[in-house]
Design a protein around this ligand. Structure first.
Ligand code: FMN
Length: 236
């Protein structure tokens, strides 16, 4: 039986149900004790792997003031011991959600490497100067695009968006300095937990969860400033 979309070579439901891969032999035993170092190694390996498209793409999940969840892809643009940074429109649906509920999840789906990383943390707006510094490195047409988009608002027609782009392009022609829109900037997600998943044979996958040991529920490090991580192995 098919879902009858009219497509040729369409997968049957039985074929979809039979889709599975046999996962590999390599485990997580050699992962670094510092989760940022471990993540950095995996990001580098994903970036160097020709099968992985946009290794820095991650699924950001948020919860709005009504408790409704939403997910979307954003691009990781900076990584440091302070957290995971991405850029977006501060008036977007995700930004409104993070404003009322800063706890978010980031998920890196590196399926081709039988790997997944899930990060739980708190999102905070980065400073204006950091956003401006990154905005200045963006290609001109992306800079103009940031001015043109009222991200997540209803749009009457595509031509309205293109007209807004042209108006911004006229105001700041190519080669001129495009200012950072006030409604655009970065968020940094400071992790409370980072979980690494590696597919293994017979569905005996490896999972290692790194959790901040000395942090209270407001994200404040207790006692010393040094962050301690507890590593727990989880059943797959
Ligand atoms: C590969 C990929 C990368 C994306 N990167 C970003 C990004 O870095 N920032 C962003 O605001 N939206 C990005 N988007 C678009 C978002 O997924 C989303 O459509 C948009 O941010 C609006 O989300 P919202 O209405 O939930 O706020 C990306 C989409 C894809 C598929």
């Amino acid at each position: 039986m098919t879902l009858d979309t009219g497509m040729e070579n369409e997968l049957t439901r039985a074929e979809i149900s039979a889709m599975r891969r046999s996962y590999g032999e390599t485990g997580l035993d050699s992962l670094a004790e510092d989760p940022f170092a471990a993540f950095s190694t995996w990001l580098t390996e994903a970036h160097e792997n020709p099968i992985i498209v946009e290794a820095n793409a991650m699924v950001l999940s948020t919860q709005d003031h009504k408790g409704l969840l939403s997910s979307r892809t954003v691009l990781l643009k900076d990584l440091s011991e302070d957290g995971f940074t991405f850029f977006t429109n501060y008036s977007s649906r995700k930004s409104k959600a993070m404003h009322s509920q800063p706890h978010v999840t980031l998920l890196f789906p590196w399926y081709a490497m039988e790997r997944q990383v899930i990060i739980n943390g708190r999102a905070e707006q980065i400073s204006r100067s950091e956003s401006e510094e990154y905005f200045a490195t963006r290609p001109w047409n992306s800079q103009i695009g940031a001015w043109a988009s009222r991200q997540s608002d209803p749009l009457e027609s595509r031509s309205e968006l293109e007209d807004r782009w042209k108006a911004a392009a006229q105001k700041w022609p190519e080669g001129s300095t495009v200012p950072t829109p006030p409604h655009w900037g970065g968020y940094r997600v400071f992790p409370d937990a980072i979980e690494f998943w590696q597919g293994r044979y017979s569905r005996l996958h490896d999972r290692l969860r790194y959790e901040r040991a000395n942090v209270n529920e407001n994200g404040v490090t207790a006692g010393t400033n040094e962050i301690k991580w507890e590593i727990t192995r989880l059943y797959p």
